[in-house]
Design a protein around this ligand. Sequence first.
Ligand SMILES: NC(=O)c1ccc[n+]([C@@H]2O[C@H](COP(=O)([O-])OP(=O)(O)OC[C@H]3O[C@@H](n4cnc5c(N)ncnc54)[C@H](O)[C@@H]3O)[C@@H](O)[C@H]2O)c1
Length: 491
Amino acid sequence: LALVFIGFMGSGKSTAAAAAAARLGVSALDSDRVLEEQLGHSIATEFQLHGEAAFRNREEGTVCALLDGADPLAVIALGGGSVLSARVRAALKGHLVVLLEVEPALAWQRAQDSQRPLARDREQFFALHQQRRGLYEEIADVTVLWARAASGEYPVLVGRGLLGARQWLDALWPVDRSASRGFFISDETVAALHPPAALGTADPPGAAPALVTIAPGERHKTLASAQHVWKWLVLHGATRADHLVALGGGVVGDLAGFCAATYQRGVPVVQLPTTVVAQVDSAYGGKTGVDLPQAKNYVGVYHQPAGVLVDPDVLRTLPPREANAGWVEVLKTALIAGGELWERVAADEPLDEQTILACARTKLAVVAEDERDGGRRQVLNLGHTVGHAIETATTYTCYRHGEAIGLGLLAALRLSELPELRAQVYELLRAHGLPLRLESAGVDEVVRMTRRDKKRTGASVPFVLLRAPGDVEIGCRVEDGALRAAVAELL
Ligand SMILES: NC(=O)c1ccc[n+]([C@@H]2O[C@H](COP(=O)([O-])OP(=O)(O)OC[C@H]3O[C@@H](n4cnc5c(N)ncnc54)[C@H](O)[C@@H]3O)[C@@H](O)[C@H]2O)c1
């Protein structure tokens, strides 16, 4: 079984393979270089002398031989077009195939001055990127997105079984685990279902990573829990060279991120999200923090993760109510993104890897533009002003976060004057068994709580409204009467 990197020209396969191989103490193989050695000249020359078809023939033989004869723990970077061959795709079976996703503009920037024969014309290059995308996605076991924010860049790896691929974890871990110890933070439920012992380093073998747990649930996203974690880190001698690992849902992710941002003024944190909310939303973007008794997420800092490892398989143990509540964040993201993602969600397609990836891309693109909520990032708060107010008004005991946001989305769509879309969203919420009515809180309390919203800048709270799926407006003024009516409609 080998670790095989695939992707378009300029996606960084050779660099990633070399880095992964170095972690494992082996040398990476690069199929293009192997082929050039066999040919005795460059690939560009081969194209000139014999054309693309002849080149692909030779390439197929070389790549299949590399894959079939790969040593255990081999790391291989494949030429971008080699997976066009059905024989190569068959030979990839059984290996761990990692796709490095790259924006076509960035790939072009990297590839245009190279000797690559297929990087001569910008338009053709972009067309080829589009054409190969689906094929790469189909073959990949793990997809790597590269997240960019003003304060840092980090990899996001998404793949079924990723956390079970123990022999590759050291190579794929966002931090070099031979130099930095990982201190795991989880909640009692998650730690029991997905024991971190299975995620330890290969060296020393079998050693269980240090783990601290909190009791599960929003009620424990507090400064008291943060203090518990800080003390535990001191007790276990965690230093700035080490890193924290958040294994859990949004509560653990926000809390562990906050502890990482503040412990010794900042250590890296790797996010291992285990809920739908965390996999499609909260693990990305660097917002960390805890709740105060008076209001949610009132104390926190921005601290981008060192990386995010997403294994959709861990969602299998989620209780259905939790999974459905989390699905509301998928719905919210789809309303913000519009396009293909909205179509999938509107058709109520099951949550799969591609949907998780699409949600992650949407959130990462928003954060790349505006890390600190100065403008664009506020789109992510669609449905959250009323949703958070409902959570606070019901003292976090009545609704799961996602359930409250579902009601918040209905209010936001009413305020957006989109009755048809509201009805469509209502039906989707119903199909997922989500609450459609506000109980245990009245209009007055909810409206009062919206005034405590962190987004408030002056006398009024700016709302996020929608013109259509994919077309979001931030900073909207909403009259008190309209807000009361939108909340009253939920009763
Ligand atoms: N930082 C951000 O950008 C951001 C964005 C959205 C939400 N959030 C925060 O996320 C939190 C909500 O996250 P959440 O919904 O993941 O809640 P959560 O972390 O409380 O998890 C929900 C429940 O599911 C359990 N659980 C987790 N993974 C499981 C698994 N694989 N199998 C079985 N049970 C599992 C947990 O023990 C918990 O009881 C809120 O505090 C919200 O403010 C943050």
